[in-house]
Ligand binder design. Structure first.
Ligand code: MTE
Ligand code: LUZ
Ligand code: MOS
Length: 764
């Protein structure tokens, strides 16, 4: 009806003007109440130990000291695990990693709390600690039972095929490095209630875990979250520990309490992306067609399960990436180690699953002397045949063939390949490399019941609109998109629509803003709410003017009744006076999903998002440094609700993926202490790491499914575009041995890794 008003409009991010002026309020910017107290956490200095004694006498004598918070103060359950109850809020007698909170010091200022906590003396009795995934695997020490995904006859096909390959490689973890660290501010309210402001992707889970820890009912806890300065998955479950600690302290002292981490503590305490060790056997034809894949994945879960279960499920469901694999035998083992508990991170295991097959295809191509792009194309899913995933879902919306064809052309892949080969012939030290990698990413939570959302839309009598929904804004532009959807539905300018803070007292029982489903779910719920109000308005007008409902339409801040036009504002005032309800709730649940978590079969995804990227790099074979010279990205965001925001997500995802696979190295010492706990030692991409030539485009497509405005989720899938940077580096390395040797390159491809791989290729 009125889809022209704000459809596909690249309106600015709803908070852009606040971001650039510094006026955007984050949790730490909320005016502090009189009497607010501050927390510092004492964290374990041993990776695995019994706590023998804790001496806090000097802490208690320290200036500004108010109180301690220990396990004894946890009246409810000492647990903040999102699924399995193996995650204590405070370590109880045994510590499981260096950085695990043991107790909290509460003081009159952050500085005093931090000074005081340093004065504690803890005596430990060391226990055996495990850091190595193979060792955990040998001990069968897992945080969850192993998961297997099998299809066809992988071992039979392996024996029958023309060629075989086997090998091992690894991919590292990744620190989220959200700009705003973890924070929670808990304020006691009347009758035992609590109001919590925090930085979280999952307000409802914070509400539940705080309620359990403090022995409150959920209706006594309100969680409010206006925006995060980035989450990237790191605030899906792991905001809980800080929410619980702040809330417990607030309850104990009946005073407002803030728990805010500094960067080093944040990096030391919280989990990261799961690192994976792979061991594979693959079989293929002489032309490069994959016949069989056997893959064992050792997953670095850390000391507890956290979200490892769904993360590894997603990893297993993305090993296929964009390829038909009819005979697979995949196993994933969530290894328990005495390190931080790893968690959600953009892509949620999907990148780790797909990376394996891309790595193996890269090797297959080198084995048979083909361009890796040709091997990739040969193995792509078909449209109506060869389109069943290893977990049994048919791929019904495949566009990877045409998308890659378009990118191959626009990036001038073939002619650049020739130029690079010529360059490498004449350049002894600097070598260039090129790679094109595809992405297919399944959209929906792989836990079916999480795929639901609610919203509230209010129209005030001045014609301004307020929308509240269960999703959280973390910079991704969710509130902007939801406001656009409401504006489109009501035929009004999106400037009239304001999205409010996420609030558990407004929309209840929300899912995490995760799995890239934020705008799909909350956009639909908000549309539902707006549509219900619009239908009431239409009914009201039809009766009042004795006109057919079909003749009434909303567009450009006006309402058309056949020939007659009235202003939207006027209508709202009239409707109010006629006692028409001008607010509504809305609800959405994704249709058609089913999933058997035991057998790992079903249709867990509503649809797939696609993309591809080409990266060109230069490496210095004497220092191991690399430079990203050019990147071309083509990504399928369906019928984009906001192309500017989506392009930002695509660029950001690519760069974040590139950082993961290149410079972002996590290092623990032999005692299990994370050494890379600050930007001085942990290297995320900077502006200067962006390619000088950067072509980013949306692939023209419409979701075949009835998603919100036929758009596609775009939050996580572009992270996998970063693969091509890694494989371009690997291609450059392979050039030193005429592309005949597989560079033993693990991710991240740090300068050391690159140099070692060059060395190996030169000396084999
Ligand atoms: N973009 C920004 N700017 N900041 C973030 O923290 N998180 C990513 C992605 N894009 C993130 C981001 C992750 S992990 C997810 S799951 C999605 O955004 C969540 O939001 P959406 O579902 O609304 O896309
Ligand atoms: N599944 C998923 C999940 O696919 N993505 C997620 O972010 C998630 N989070 C929690 C549980 N399941
Ligand atoms: Mo995103 S890892 O699903 O928060």
């Amino acid at each position: 009806m009125s889809e022209s008003v704000a459809n596909n409009k690249s309106i600015p991010h709803e908070s852009a003007h606040l971001h650039v002026t510094g006026d955007a309020a984050f949790a730490d910017d909320i005016s502090q109440l009189e009497g607010t107290l501050f927390i510092a956490l004492f964290t374990s200095e041993k990776a695995h130990a019994k706590v023998i004694s804790i001496d806090t006498s000097a802490v208690e004598a320290s200036p500004g000291f108010i109180s301690l918070l220990t396990t004894e103060d946890i009246t409810g359950s000492n647990d903040c695990g999102p699924i399995i109850h193996d995650d204590p809020i405070l370590a109880d007698g045994v510590v499981s990693y260096i950085g695990q909170p043991i107790f909290a010091v509460i003081a009159d200022s952050f500085l005093n709390a931090r000074k005081a906590v340093k004065k504690a003396k803890v005596i430990y009795q060391q226990l055996d600690a495990v850091f190595d995934l193979n060792q955990a695997d040998n001990n069968k020490s897992y945080v969850l039972p192993p998961m297997m995904l099998k299809k066809g006859d992988a071992s039979g096909q392996l024996d029958a095929a023309d060629c075989r390959l086997e090998g091992q490689f690894k991919v590292g973890g990744q620190e989220h490095f959200y700009l705003e660290g973890q924070i929670a501010y808990a304020v006691p309210k009347e009758d035992g209630c609590l109001h919590l402001w925090c930085s979280t992707q999952h307000p409802t889970e914070m509400q539940h875990l705080v309620a359990q820890a403090c022995q409150l009912d959920a209706n006594q806890v309100i969680v409010e979250m206006r925006r995060m300065g980035g989450g990237f998955g790191g605030k899906e479950s792991q905001s809980a520990i800080f929410c619980c600690i702040a809330s417990l302290a607030a309850k104990k002292l009946n005073r407002p309490v803030k728990c805010r981490l500094d960067r080093d503590d944040d990096m030391l305490i919280t989990g990261k992306r799961h690192h994976f060790d792979y061991d594979y056997q693959a079989a293929f034809d002489n032309d490069g067609k994959i016949k069989s894949l056997q893959l064992k994945m050792l997953v670095g879960s850390g000391y507890s399960a956290d979200l490892s279960g769904p993360v590894v499920t997603r990893a297993l469901c993305h090993v296929d990436n964009a390829y038909t694999l009819d005979h697979v035998d995949l196993g994933a083992y969530c290894c328990k180690t005495n390190t931080q508990s790893n968690t959600a991170f953009r892509g949620f295991g999907g990148p780790q699953g797909a990376f394996a097959t891309e790595y193996i295809i890269d090797n297959i191509a080198r084995c048979i002397g083909l361009d890796a792009l040709d091997v990739r194309k040969l193995n792509f899913y078909g449209k109506t045949e060869n389109n069943i995933t290893p977990y049994g879902q048919p791929v019904e919306d495949n566009v990877i063939n045409e998308l890659v064809a378009e990118l191959e052309k626009s990036s001038e892949y073939r002619s650049r390949r020739k130029k690079i080969e010529a360059f490498n012939q004449s350049s002894p030290v600097i070598k260039k490399g090129l790679a094109l990698t595809p992405v297919k990413f399944g959209i929906s939570f792989n836990v079916v019941h999480f795929n639901q959302a609610g919203a509230l839309v209010h129209i005030y009598t001045d014609g301004s609109v307020l929308v509240n929904h269960g999703g959280t804004e973390m910079g991704q532009g969710l509130n902007t998109k939801v406001a656009q959807v409401v504006a489109i539905e009501l035929g009004i300018n999106p400037k009239r629509v304001r999205a409010t803070a996420t609030d558990t007292s407004k929309v209840a029982n929300t899912s995490a803003t995760a799995a890239s489903t934020g705008s799909d779910l909350n956009g639909k719920a908000a549309q539902d709410a707006a549509r219900l109000i619009k239908n009431r308005l239409i009914l009201f007008l039809a009766e009042k003017h004795a006109i057919d409902k079909g003749l009434i339409s909303f567009a450009n801040d006006k309402v058309h009744l056949g020939e007659k036009v009235i202003q939207f504002n006027e209508l709202i005032q009239m409707a109010y006076e006629a006692r028409v309800q001008l607010w509504s709730d809305g609800f959405y649940k994704t249709p058609g999903l089913h999933w058997d978590q035991e057998k790992l079969v079903g249709s867990p995804f509503y649809y797939y998002a696609y993309g591809a990227s080409v990266s060109e790099v230069a490496i210095d074979t004497l220092t191991g440094e690399f430079k990203l010279l050019r990147a071309d990205l083509l990504h399928d965001a369906g019928n984009s609700i906001n192309p500017a925001i989506d392009l930002g997500q695509i660029e950001g995802g690519y760069i974040q993926g590139m950082g993961w696979l290149t410079t972002e190295e996590l290092v623990w010492n032999d005692e299990g202490r994370l050494l890379t706990h600050a930007p001085s030692t942990y290297k995320i991409p900077a502006v200067s790491d962006c390619p000088a030539e950067f072509h980013v485009k949306l692939f023209k497509n419409q979701n075949v499914k009835d998603s919100i405005m036929r758009s596609k989720a775009v939050g996580e899938p572009p992270l996998l575009l970063g693969f091509s940077a890694f494989f371009a580096i690997r291609d450059a390395i392979a050039s030193v041995a005429e592309y005949t040797i597989h560079p033993p390159l693990n991710a991240p491809a740090t300068a050391e890794e690159i140099l070692n791989a060059v060395d190996y290729c030169l000396n084999s």
